[in-house]
Design a protein. Structure first.
Length: 159
């Protein structure tokens, strides 16, 4: 059954860029509600990497057709991996896209999640390059030779 989860958005995270949900007040995620047996849940727990890659949380989803709500279990990536933005592999993304298409879920939301993840990756790369630059700059300013310590640097072009 198609349902909506309010207050979360879809992103791709962790090593390999797998799907997870992250809190965002103004967002919502379209998905499917599945009725699973305890045996299926146990198999899913193993497949999803409980408790290392994902944890389980309880959330409320709404059927937009009749406005009925359900308290359900969802898999949410652990903080250790959720902080690593990563684009999904093409075959993985295409598999999710096929599921969206088959179940008539709004596919644009999936592309929005991919775009937002790409922005997160770019921001993370920028932050790392700034950190690397700062470390390099610190070493350059402090130099390896003690003979330059305390001496003013010459002024020249480019300063």
């Amino acid at each position: 059954m198609p349902v909506v989860l309010q207050g979360y958005e879809l992103r791709f995270r962790g090593h390999g860029g797998v799907a997870t949900i992250i809190p965002k007040e103004s967002a919502k995620i379209h998905g499917l509600l599945w009725d699973i047996t305890p045996e299926c849940e146990k198999a899913l727990d193993q497949y999803e990497g409980i408790p290392h890659l994902y944890t389980k949380e309880s959330v409320v989803v709404v059927n937009e057709k009749d406005h009925s709500s359900y308290r359900v279990m969802v898999y949410v990536m652990t903080p250790e991996y959720a902080k690593i933005p990563q684009e999904p592999a093409l075959f993985y993304f295409q598999g999710i896209l096929q599921g969206y298409h088959q179940n008539k879920l709004p596919r644009q939301a999936l592309f929005n999640a991919l775009h937002a993840t790409r922005e997160d990756v770019a921001a993370a790369l920028h932050a790392e390059s700034v950190k690397d630059f700062e470390q390099f700059r610190f070493k350059w300013y402090n130099g390896k030779s003690k003979s330059n310590a305390g001496k003013p640097r010459p002024k020249g072009k480019g300063r």
